[in-house]
Write a protein that binds this ligand. Structure first.
Ligand SMILES: O=C(O)CCC(=O)C(=O)O
Ligand SMILES: [Fe+2]
Length: 261
């Protein structure tokens, strides 16, 4: 029987920032209403492959759509969901931005992913990491919005708790300081935001149901945005641009001039 990750809501911004540092992730129960879940699921169902966006829909068990914010207005509120955006701005800086937004439907037959980090900005020996003077900035986080009640057969995301403090990626290891991987068995509408150094993976879908997941990637402004296609070809849809608030525009790249600009 797989272990379930302990999901504890944090009451305020300060405790969420501390959880990102200590646990590597923060849990937001009921981040979405049931109407929002239904709206987002149907927006995901309407998505069609755009090969220039580097979508990956060729395999029967996975439909993976990039630049979700540019495809349907239903995605826009997930640029700056209350609670989550304040955390992103606190840990990445007030000029933080969205580096990607991916809508992902993983169906029956999805295989096990291998344990990985999404990004390890700085690799350090474990004993250096444990020095209290060492505090690695949070360069990238991802918010996962789960649109299903999660159970083991549906292929939950698995985290190795504490592994963001290891100073490395998993090099064949499957546990960190005695803790093995643990499944995120949350409810539909819950969100989890985690820093890119957490050892994690998606797992096999052995159910007869598809799993709907929205990923929103936040980063310090110095990390580049990843909106394919590149070299002057990505264009914001006019109808989408017209609906953005000033904060959403900033999150998508309308920055004040800064270093290197
Ligand atoms: O599918 C998941 O739950 C996690 C996916 C993931 O970690 C990734 O694609 O990098
Ligand atoms: Fe990942």
């Amino acid at each position: 029987m797989a272990d379930a990750l302990r999901l504890v809501p944090q009451p305020d911004l300060a405790s969420r920032v501390k959880a990102i540092q200590d646990d590597g992730f923060v849990y937001f129960p009921s981040a979405m209403s049931s109407a929002e879940i239904a709206e987002l699921r149907s927006a995901m169902d309407r998505l069609e492959e755009v090969p220039e966006y580097f979508d990956r829909v060729h395999e029967s068990w996975s439909r993976h759509f990039n630049n979700a914010f540019n495809r349907d207005e239903a995605f826009l509120k997930y640029l700056d969901k209350p609670g989550i955006i304040e955390l992103a701005e606190e840990i990445h800086g007030v000029d933080c931005h969205i580096i990607g937004m991916t809508a992902w439907i993983t169906g029956p037959g999805r295989p096990e992913q291998t344990l990985h980090v999404d990004y390890l900005p700085i690799s350090l020996p474990e004993d250096i990491m444990q020095d209290p003077r060492v505090n690695i900035p949070v360069f990238i986080t991802t918010a996962h919005y789960y649109l299903d009640d999660m159970y083991e057969e549906l292929g939950p995301t698995k985290f190795v708790p504490g592994s963001h403090l290891s100073g490395s990626g998993p090099r064949g290891e499957v546990e960190w300081k005695g803790a093995g991987e643990q499944s995120i068995l949350c409810n539909a509408g819950d969100a989890v935001i985690f820093r890119s150094e957490v050892w994690h993976r998606g797992s096999a879908n052995t159910s007869d149901q598809e799993r709907y997941l929205l990923q929103v990637h936040y980063a310090q402004r110095m990390i580049t945005q990843k909106f394919p296609p590149y070299l002057n070809r990505f264009q914001f849809e006019e109808g989408i641009l017209a609906q953005l608030t000033p904060r959403q525009r900033r999150l998508l790249g309308e920055h004040r001039s800064s270093n290197y600009d």
